[in-house]
Design a protein around this ligand. Structure first.
Ligand SMILES: Cc1ncc(C[n+]2csc(CCOP(=O)(O)OP(=O)(O)O)c2C)c(N)n1
Ligand SMILES: [Mg+2]
Length: 890
């Protein structure tokens, strides 16, 4: 034990400081024992509380109270009876282990570039197996299990025994393009009938699981799903790595889970003490640290550290020397003990103190070698799961200690680089086979044959029976649900007809939302979600109208209770007001947007947020939502780099549409007029709820107020496809394209061109450069492959030659997306550079996307000898500073 680890361990988790007066200590403890014996535990708790209060008053420093000793939380006496057949379960686990290992090694022998992991599943196998045999309920209302992603080979391997995956599937692990392959991690997009939840990006599984458990309660409390009391409530299980717990998202929802009393949620943290590069907390204890964190957040913490063979040792550890030794051992040392044999463990761990040496005097080196960690003992795992599943009122976390690369012997167990070990030689494979008694010949092993004991074997019969008893196989994903009728376009006639009143697209969006909420069939399925910005978007009227969801209702009289539209929280409230957590809000949205699959209940979520805090801030969660085949609306509010005006550099979004364009099932739109927005929302709801397409929508809305005209005839198709004609002039040589609020600058530019320069221009509204790009790519590809096709852009712009100028409130790369399909010359303007605060007019001048700059761009790009002088004249006439540095350099 080095000085440093001494300091670290005492600072973080040491609970046994040296005793200055053991006799006095014993007297106190005996007095306490007498109290418990005479008056019971409750009284003892009362006295403890009084003592603590008293100590606080005397300013006596408190000991760390969130940590318990480095032992199992469930005592031997409390341990539930193990209901299974240990012998058979152990044989099943061994076969699953072998096939998982063979799958990875096979793929990598053939193609070393494929990759894969062995050591993670090797450490987690028993944790999963006990779940599969005794806890995870299957079926449509079954449990929702978030698996650790790099343990996927183990899950495939079990599905192979269950007859759900074929040998051909296993042989194509990580070779997916042929159609029979298995994906690297849990990806519902790639295996839509298998995986439910994408967890491949560390940290997203845990936060998603928490909000999933909360959303389950939301559905129950709103009467959409069956009540918790009417059914055996489905549990959400989340398997997390101890290294993964360092991700901010892993911790972000912990207090919400307690606040909401989510006793339907169980985290299992696989504490194998290692991550990819090395130990998670080499100089400390990850278990103790996590215990403090979870306990501090109010969770029920269950430590599952030692297997049954330790029970006898602890029972004889009267003077606490074993516990003392465990407490002074840092994780870096525990890792070494995992990587070494019984003899080494005896010499270095047990022989340190004579009392400890005596404790294990009867044990052989082989006995010591067999001492299991808790996460490898099915009986202890079962006891911990049982305690978690029965716990009421709070979420539970199981901190399961395991060995990384368990059973991989010298080639992997506890080794520093084991995470990436994927090529074992024949000797290593034979040793693994022997270690787990898998009935395979040396030749089978050399050929890496998969093993299936046959449908009539005792193992398979047992496994099938267990799953039958628990309601069916898992993971399994429902791909469709009941279709919901959506509102016809005509029902939004008020918006379609336009208004003379100046309004923002945000205000119009809120009207549309309010109308959807009132609809008889659809209304209840709408889930408005905000992250403390409802007032920003003028949504506060909804607080009263549909209420804010709260698991406990409203325990206070709101300050504004005597106002008409007061702040109303309710058990059946519909709005999810998440507070300032975009990651949490998106996780809620994801749960709602996949409820059609996970709950068989289609929902229509609208998450409304500051657009810059979406794709930029939580882009990876949106990517996971895309992987999950989410269906719902993301509404990027206060969008556009110049339209937001005063908020400045970290608020003005100029790139979310570019990010959105990279997500294949995201349909992104940047509307300018109310009727465009209505058409987009109506069609989106139809496609997602009626046609059940696996797409989701990103729609930007802005806060600039202006008059909204009525929908032009024949515009509907173009609005949805990405562009439509707003104004056509005979013999116009110029076509101007605008999107979002900048369309109005384009319209003003057309007027200037006519008035100041005598030039006619056609005007097109572009609702989606990104959809136009996709359509263009499709047509181009069809032609390349010998077919014939015309893109929508070519259809719109192809019939007349001449210059095309486009502008948006996003970086110019957005308008540039359609360049390959625009016939003739094309100039794309945008808002490249850092945002800053000013008026809209000043910002559009600064970023060179206002009417004047659009005119100059058009004149400068015109063909013919007069063009150059025209542009120079315009620069002078409009007072443009031609010498200024470009906006992206300022
Ligand atoms: C966001 C993110 N960063 C990095 C990775 C790469 N990665 C995958 S597994 C892993 C180590 C995981 O360690 P731990 O969580 O302790 O799991 P174990 O394999 O030890 O069970 C890393 C770094 C990832 N998948 N996602
Ligand atoms: Mg780990």
């Amino acid at each position: 034990m080095t000085d440093l680890s001494d300091i670290v361990s005492s600072a973080y988790w040491r609970v046994n400081p040296p005793d200055a007066d053991p006799i006095e200590t014993r007297e106190w403890l005996e007095a306490f024992d007498a109290l418990v014996a005479a008056e019971g535990r409750e009284r003892a708790t009362f006295i403890l509380r009084k003592l603590l209060e008293h100590a606080r008053a005397r300013r006596v420093p408190m000991p760390p109270v969130l940590n318990t000793p480095y032992k199992n939380s469930v005592s031997l006496a409390e341990q539930a009876q193990f209901p299974g057949n240990l012998e058979l379960e152990s044989r099943i686990a061994s076969i699953v282990r072998w096939n998982a290992l063979a799958m990875v090694v096979r793929a990598n022998r053939a193609h070393p570039e494929l990759g894969g992991h062995i050591a993670s599943y090797a450490s987690a196998a028993d944790l999963f197996e006990v779940g599969f045999n005794h806890f995870f309920r299957g079926g449509p209302d079954g449990d929702l299990v978030y698996f650790q992603p790099h343990s996927a080979p183990g899950i495939y391997s079990r599905a192979f025994l269950e007859g759900r995956l074929s040998e051909e599937n296993l042989s194509s692990y990580r070779q997916e393009t042929g159609g029979k392959g298995l994906c690297s991690y849990c990806h519902p997009y790639l295996m839509p009938e298998f995986w439910q939840f994408p967890t491949g990006s560390m940290g997203l599984g845990p936060i998603n699981a928490i909000y999933q458990a909360r959303f389950t309660r939301y559905l129950e409390n709103r009467g959409i799903a069956k009540k918790n009391s009417e059914i055996q409530e489905r549990k959400v299980w989340c398997f997390v790595g101890d290294g993964e717990m360092d991700e901010p998202e892993s911790l972000a929802g912990l207090s919400l889970a307690t606040r909401e009393g989510l006793d339907n949620l169980i985290f299992v943290v696989n504490c194998n003490l290692q991550r990819l590069d090395g130990p998670v907390r080499g100089n400390g204890s990850v278990v103790q640290e996590l215990e403090g964190l979870f306990a501090g957040a109010g969770w029920n913490v269950i430590k599952l550290l030692w297997g049954a063979d330790w029970d006898a040792l602890f029972a004889r550890d009267d003077d606490g020397v074993l516990l003392k030794r465990l407490h002074e051992t840092v994780d870096g040392e525990f890792q070494t003990y995992a990587a070494t044999d019984g003899r080494f463990n005896r010499e270095h761990f047990f022989n340190k103190y004579p009392e400890l040496r005596a404790l294990i005097a009867e044990m052989s080196d082989a006995d010591i070698d067999r001492l299991r960690r808790g996460g490898h003992d099915p009986v202890k795992i079962h006891a911990a799961y049982q305690a978690a599943a029965q716990h009421k009122g709070r979420p539970s976390v199981i901190l399961a200690q395991t060995k990384k690369g368990y059973g991989m012997g010298n080639w992997g167990q506890g080794k520093m680089g084991t995470h990436q070990q994927k090529k074992l030689d024949d000797a290593a494979l034979r040793e693994f086979r022997d270690r787990f008694s898998v009935p395979l010949s040396d030749d089978d092993v050399a050929q890496l044959r998969f093993f299936h004991p046959g449908p009539d074997s005792a193992e398979i019969k047992y496994l099938v029976a267990r799953r039958k008893q628990l309601g069916g196989y898992l993971p399994i994903r429902r791909t469709a649900s009941q279709a919901l009728r959506t509102l016809p376009l005509e029902s939004f006639s008020k918006v379609l007809e336009g208004t003379a009143r100046e309004q923002s697209t945000t205000m119009i969006f809120v009207q549309l939302l309010a109308q959807l909420l009132k609809d008889e069939t659809l209304g209840a399925r709408v889930v408005p979600i905000v992250a403390d910005e409802a007032r920003t978007f003028g949504m506060q009227t909804l607080f009263r109208q549909v209420g804010i969801y709260s698991a406990v209702g409203q325990l206070y009289e709101p300050e504004d209770h005597d106002e008409l539209l007061y702040y109303r929280e309710a058990k059946d409230g519909q709005i999810l007001e998440e507070g300032i957590t975009e990651a949490g809000a998106l996780s809620s949205w994801l749960a709602a947007a996949t409820a059609y699959s996970a709950h068989g209940t289609p929902m229509l979520p609208f998450y409304v947020y500051y657009s810059i805090f979406g794709f930029q801030r939580i882009g990876d969660l949106i990517w996971a939502a895309a992987d999950s085949r989410a269906r719902g609306f993301l509404i990027g509010g206060t969008a556009g780099r110049t339209t937001l005006a005063g908020e400045g550099l970290q608020h003005q979004d100029g790139s979310s549409h570019l990010a959105a364009s990279t997500i294949p099932n995201c349909r992104a739109y940047d509307p300018c007029f109310g009727y465009e927005l209505a058409a987009i929302v109506q069609d989106g709801a139809r496609r997602m709820l009626e046609a059940q397409e696996d797409v989701f929508y990103y729609v930007t809305v802005a806060n600039e107020n202006y008059v909204h005209p009525g929908i032009p005839p024949d515009a509907h198709e173009g609005i949805l496809r990405g562009m439509y004609s707003l104004k056509k002039t005979k013999n116009a040589k110029l076509r101007l394209l605008g999107s979002g609020p900048i369309l109005r600058e384009v319209i003003a530019a057309a007027d200037l061109l006519q008035k100041d320069w005598g030039l006619a221009a056609d005007i097109w509204s572009v609702t989606s450069f990104t959809e136009l790009r996709r359509d263009g790519m499709q047509a181009e590809r069809a032609r390349r492959l010998g077919g014939s096709a015309q893109s929508w852009v070519e259809k719109c712009l192809g019939d007349a030659p001449g210059l095309v100028v486009a502008a948006s409130d996003y970086v110019s790369a957005v308008a540039d997306l359609i360049r390959p399909y625009v016939p003739g010359r094309y100039v794309a303007l945008g808002t490249d550079g850092f945002g800053r605060s000013d008026t809209r007019a000043a910002l559009r001048d600064f970023f060179e996307v206002d009417a004047k700059h659009i005119v100059v761009a058009a004149l400068a790009a015109l063909e013919g000898p007069a063009a150059k002088t025209l542009a120079a004249d315009a620069v002078r006439r409009y007072g443009i500073d031609a010498g200024a540095r470009p906006p992206w350099q300022r």
